[in-house]
Design a protein around this ligand. Structure first.
Ligand code: AVI
Length: 337
């Protein structure tokens, strides 16, 4: 029996199972996106390129920083409400985790579920996914663990349901939804509503709060977020042969209140030119490369978004300070045609 499924972004059917995406292919995509992003009047690049091995390690460190409240707050909400959430999920469930990473949070749920049937973690990082999936198999021998190596935002079709007596529940913690642009967030949730028809989704999102608290979370005193931001340039130099001078780019993160989002940028500290492939891109002093948006939500904005995506919002679990929330969203019924 094969112990994982690999999808490319072009093929999302479980019947078509090509080998894991070749590194060259992802380099080509990175090169194309970087060239397109640098050619824009306002230079930008997708935050998905933060997560090479070093970027993932730096992100793990960010999650433990005193200023970065989302991870520990979400973990606390999960611990406090695990049994109530388990009642909603019900027995014999199948949990599909989008962007599974270390699978730490899902364990809190699996530990209290009644006879969970299958766990389907989806992640683009094959090595990390398969290692974590093996740890899950050892920790939960009765649970079927079926990892899928793929860009979870492209998975329109999930493997056939194995648990007809239980529900299929999507789990998307960590407020990663906030790293999508609003139209992408809607499209992703619409895709989830279809893929999870008859089931539900548990979504973890960061909430709008005082700009000072937000600012501190993305400008930590140890400088880990700055390293995480600059690592994108280090990665480009290594993988694409670009000649960014990371120390000539300053980390900048601020709360853009009208858009309800943290913006992260790399600010060129001098006039300089960067070579990417055969092209050269000029940076004026003070010009920025926009590397990430992290949208924050309100109860209202979340309800509207969920409705527009086709979900029916249910209970919301939050902390006493309304810092972070976990939302239960019922997917539409399965179509009988
Ligand atoms: C992964 N994501 C939800 C994090 C966030 O808060 O937007 C990424 C991050 N960027 C800087 N710090 C953490």
């Amino acid at each position: 029996m094969k112990d994982y499924i690999a999808y490319t972004s072009a093929e999302t059917s479980p019947e078509a199972t090509p080998p894991p995406a070749l590194p060259d292919l992802s380099h080509q995509e990175f090169l194309r996106d970087l060239m397109l992003g640098l050619a824009q009047q306002r230079k930008s690049i997708s935050p998905k390129y933060f997560y090479d091995a070093r970027g993932s390690q730096l992100f793990d460190r960010i999650c433990c920083l005193p200023e970065y409240y989302p991870t520990r707050t979400e973990l606390a909400i999960l611990h406090t409400n695990a049994r109530a959430i388990a009642t909603h999920i019900g027995p014999h469930a199948e949990i599909v985790e989008f962007g599974a990473g270390s699978m730490e949070k899902v364990r809190i749920l699996i530990d209290v579920l009644h006879s969970p049937q299958r766990y389907v973690p989806i992640d683009i990082s094959a090595e990390h996914l398969l290692e974590s999936a093996n740890r899950m198999r050892m920790a939960y021998p009765a649970l079927e663990v079926e990892p899928i190596v793929a860009d979870y935002s492209q998975i329109a079709v999930l493997p056939p349901d194995v648990a007809p007596q239980g529900r299929r529940v999507g789990f998307f913690p960590g407020s990663t939804l906030g790293n999508f642009e609003p139209n992408e967030a809607l499209q992703f949730l619409q895709m989830c509503a279809t893929a999870l028809a008859g089931g539900a989704m548990l979504l973890g999102v960061d909430l709008v709060k005082s700009p000072d608290r937000l600012h501190a979370a993305y400008n930590d005193s140890a400088g880990i977020t700055a390293d995480f931001n600059r690592n994108l340039l280090v990665r480009a130099n290594r993988e694409l042969g670009t000649n960014f001078q990371p120390d000539q780019f300053a980390h900048s993160a601020f709360y853009n209140a009208p858009y309800q989002r943290i913006e992260m940028h790399l600010v060129s500290t001098c006039q300089q030119t960067v070579n990417v492939g055969t092209a050269a891109f000029a940076f004026a002093e003070g010009e920025t490369l926009h590397t990430e948006n992290s949208y924050k939500f309100t109860a209202d904005s979340l309800h509207q978004l969920a409705h527009r995506a086709g979900f029916t919002p249910g209970p919301v679990w939050t902390d006493d300070d309304n810092t972070f929330s976990l939302l239960w969203l019922d997917a539409p019924p399965r179509s009988t045609t």
